[in-house]
Design a binder for this molecule. Structure first.
Ligand SMILES: [Fe+2]
Length: 183
């Protein structure tokens, strides 16, 4: 793999990751879960910033652009939701949607972590330790996010996605991620 291939693959994945967080944010907004929506908004914004840094690194260190290819729009929001309003969502649908959104988040971060680690190894094979070090930051971020999402899945599964607990924590989540967004 060349440097261009590595950056192209990572760049495409990052753009799809940003789209994934945007859809998850809208999914939670539709479900009326404002705290979880704020969390996804935070990842959407912070990963957009990371992508900007990623492109800047390529331009500054290699003098060239990141060519993002094969970007597939994630289809996380069920098509039927577009024709309805959030008032029509019943408790069962809300619970299933919460579980599906968490699974999607976990699946996505697993694929990100795997690709970034592959890229890291490829960079080491090319002898580009400095760029591998730069990519390592993305690995650590993906690993931290994945661990958080997995713990959330475990926590919610253990309380059976209890809607009272879920609604109670929305305000705290909202406050936490609003603060992080300001930073
Ligand atoms: Fe993410």
């Amino acid at each position: 793999m060349t440097i261009d291939d590595i950056f192209s693959k990572m760049g495409s994945h990052m753009v799809q990751g940003i789209m994934t967080h945007e859809q998850l944010m809208n999914c939670y907004l539709f479900l009326g879960l404002k705290g979880y929506a704020k969390c996804q908004e935070y990842h959407y914004i912070s990963e957009t910033k990371s992508y900007v840094n990623f492109c800047r690194y390529k331009a500054n260190h290699f003098g060239s652009l990141v060519k993002s290819t094969d970007i597939v729009n994630p289809q996380i929001i069920p098509a039927t939701w577009y024709g309805s309003t959030r008032e029509s969502v019943n408790a069962k649908t809300r619970m299933e949607a919460m579980a599906a959104a968490l699974d999607e988040w976990i699946r996505w971060e697993e694929s990100a972590l795997s690709l970034y680690q592959e890229s890291y190894k490829a960079l080491l094979d090319l002898g580009d330790i400095a760029t591998a070090d730069f990519v390592n930051e993305f690995i650590l971020d993906a690993e931290e996010e994945l661990t958080f999402a997995r713990n959330e899945k475990l926590r919610k599964t253990s309380i059976g996605f209890d809607i009272v607990s879920v609604m109670e924590e929305q305000q705290d989540w909202k406050k936490k991620y609003k603060k992080l967004l300001k930073k």
